[in-house]
Design a protein around this ligand. Structure first.
Ligand SMILES: [Zn+2]
Length: 249
C-alpha cells in the first residue's frame, strides 16, 4: 500500500472507531463496508499475449483496458469519428465526436498558457496499426518495437479517444527528439491535461506496470472525473483500470 493510502486508511479507521472512544455515546462498533466483489486478482505481468479485453463495447471507451496481453476485437469500430481540427487544434486525424468538447478546452488552455499543441497521430484502425507496428519492426527490430508500439488490437489509438500530441511549432515528431519530455509543452501537459480529462497512459518509470516505455506524447481521454481519480491515485492508468474498471459506468 502506498503511504498516502495507508494514511487514508488510518484516518478512516479513526472515524469509524470514534463513536466508541471515551466520551462518545456508546454505540456498537460499525463494521467496515464489505468489499464490492471478490478479492481483486493481482495485476497480470506484462506478457505478449492475445487475450480479448473484458470491456470491449465502443461505449466502454473509458474503461477498456489494453496492454501487451489484452486487445480489442479485429472488428472493433470506433463510432462517430470526426476530424481533430473541429477542436481548433493543429494537426490531422480523427477522434470520436465525444472527445471534441474537452479536446477544444485542452487546446484552448494550452494555447493561452503559451504552449499550443499539435496532433501527430489520432485514431488508427486495426489495419493502420498493423502497418505502424510493421514499420517500427523494420526500423528498430521486433523486440524494440514491442516496447514502444502495439501490435494490432492492442493499441489505445483504435479506441478513437487517444492522441499523440506535440508542440505546435515542432517540425519533428514528438517521439523522435523526446520533444514532449523535455519541453515546457510537455511539462504543461503533465501538470494540466488531467483537468480536461486526459491521462498519460505510459508514465516515466512505470514500464513494469504500464507495459510500455515512457511516452510523454501519448494521451488517452477518459473524461474529467476519471482523469482526476487516476491522478489522485498516483497509479498508471493500466493499474487504475485493473482496480476500478468494473465500477465505472
Ligand atoms: Zn500513441
Amino acid at each position: 500500500m502506498r503511504p498516502a493510502g495507508a494514511l487514508r486508511a488510518l484516518l478512516l479507521a479513526l472515524l469509524v472507531l470514534a463513536p466508541g472512544l471515551p466520551g462518545a455515546s456508546p454505540v456498537r462498533a460499525i463494521a467496515p463496508p464489505a468489499p464490492a466483489g471478490p478479492e481483486l486478482a493481482p495485476l497480470p505481468p506484462c506478457r505478449y499475449l492475445d487475450e480479448m479485453t473484458r470491456f470491449r463495447e465502443p461505449s466502454d471507451w473509458a474503461r477498456t483496458m489494453l496492454d501487451t496481453r489484452l486487445r480489442l476485437p479485429r472488428d472493433y469500430r470506433a463510432p462517430g469519428l470526426v476530424s481533430v481540427t473541429r477542436a481548433g487544434i493543429a494537426g490531422s486525424g480523427k477522434v470520436r465526436q465525444l472527445v471534441i468538447p474537452d479536446l477544444t478546452a485542452l487546446a484552448r488552455a494550452a494555447r493561452k498558457a503559451g504552449f499550443p499543441l499539435q496532433v501527430r497521430s489520432a485514431w488508427r484502425s486495426w489495419e493502420t496499426q498493423e502497418a505502424v507496428f510493421a514499420g517500427w519492426v523494420r526500423k528498430s527490430g521486433y523486440r524494440e518495437a514491442l516496447r514502444y508500439s502495439a501490435r494490432p488490437g492492442h493499441s489505445e489509438h483504435q479506441l478513437g479517444t487517444t492522441l499523440d500530441l506535440g508542440p505546435a511549432a515542432a517540425s519533428r515528431d514528438p517521439w523522435e527528439d523526446g520533444g514532449m519530455d523535455r519541453t515546457p509543452t510537455g511539462r504543461w501537459m503533465r501538470a494540466n491535461a488531467w483537468r480536461f480529462g486526459w491521462v498519460m497512459s505510459y508514465p516515466k518509470g512505470e514500464e513494469d506496470r504500464s507495459c510500455y516505455g515512457y511516452e510523454a506524447w501519448h494521451w488517452r481521454y477518459v473524461g474529467r472525473e476519471t482523469a482526476a481519480a487516476v491522478r489522485e491515485s498516483g497509479l498508471p492508468l493500466r493499474v487504475w483500470l485493473w482496480r476500478n474498471s468494473e465500477r465505472l459506468p
